[in-house]
Write a protein that binds this ligand. Sequence first.
Ligand code: XLS
Ligand code: NI
Ligand code: NI
Length: 433
Amino acid sequence: MTDFFKDIPQIKYEGLQSDNDFSFRHYDPDEIVFGKTLREHLRFSVAYWHSFAYDGGDPFGGQTFDRPWFGNEMDLAKLKADVAFEMFNILDTPFFCFHDADIRPEGNNFSENTRNLEEMIDYFSEKMAVTNTKLLWGTANLFSNRRYMSGAATNPDPDVFAFSAATIKTCLDATHKLGGQNYVLWGGREGYETLLNTDMGREREQAGRMLQMVVDYKHKIGFEGSILIEPKPQEPTKHQYDYDVATVYGFLKDFDLENEVKVNIEQGHAILAGHSFEHELSLARELGILGSIDMNRNDYQSGWDTDQFPNNVPEITLAYYEVLKAGGFKTGGTNFDAKLRRQSLDPEDLILSHVGAMDVCAAGLKSAARMLDDGKLEALRDQRYAGWNTKSGQDILNGDLESISSKVLNDDINPEPKSGRQERLENLVNKYI
Ligand code: XLS
Ligand code: NI
Ligand code: NI
């Protein structure tokens, strides 16, 4: 045991009447909703990078957090892992996620990086063998090191593509070894700063090739998890290629990968793309590519990816409504891709941020389940489209321009507009929250 979280108790469900800040008020992991426990529905995951690697820096100032594991040595990487697993235990989160660079010391070259990663993966294996924590997903950090400044797969230099491919292989191997349920590709610098020096067609082809190689290798090693792309429209590059769910789907179709790859949708990225979270989830559900979610929130005034912990139950409700309509998570889960504000210095801040986030997610999921169970919203939505279930509606859909124009003439079709009933629906949703 380290003494980092000393005095912080294991967090338990105590219910709404509890006054204890170190307790769950909504998240009872054993509560059954639609035949599954909340623990099984929500599949909470801690993001290693934000909780253990982020030092509190912002563009105007450096480190504010004082963590005993900061540094680039193997002993410190192991201390960091010790503390991380203590936190998973305090929160009883079933999963975590990591980038290679979060968990291992940075080496001077590929072979040092690989050696460091493998040593840490062995260390993780030992810990996972004696705890309940599993790996939701692993990923490669192909954006922090300066070699990736002009992209990884989309770099103009083939050697950077090669370095990236080799690094992805080590991370996929590591994820496979730890029994990870997914492997994520977020194209951190797959985009451009200026079109003046960018060949977009070529870069798109390179990204497609890389993804095909990843899928081939996944099958070769028998990795049964899902490969997930995480869309984001900008930041760090001015324009990121994996802009949003619709863009990613077009890309997957183009490279024949729409049945191989799904998406990991992040709340804040959806907002940056000018969408709502539920828009992105709903589209992914309809397209059959909803994989997993990165749960967080942005500051709505700043326009940046501020990666704050979620705390808005009405928004979260609409998000989990989509997840439930999709039949729940399969390999995916709720990963808190969220970090403390830089003034939140204390160990207890790390715990309480997650406690609150888990609680609002549980409240949102339960509201969503009530709404789905009641069926009123779905019934009103179905009513709006009821015409399509009639013979006449089907004739129109299966007709052609000529047959339809005869029908309009013969039946004297002259449509009357009907109310979209938006306010009534908004009132209805609020009843479940
Ligand atoms: C950054 C992304 C990143 C991915 C993993 O904006 O959200 O954290 O989730 O590389
Ligand atoms: Ni993310
Ligand atoms: Ni993000």
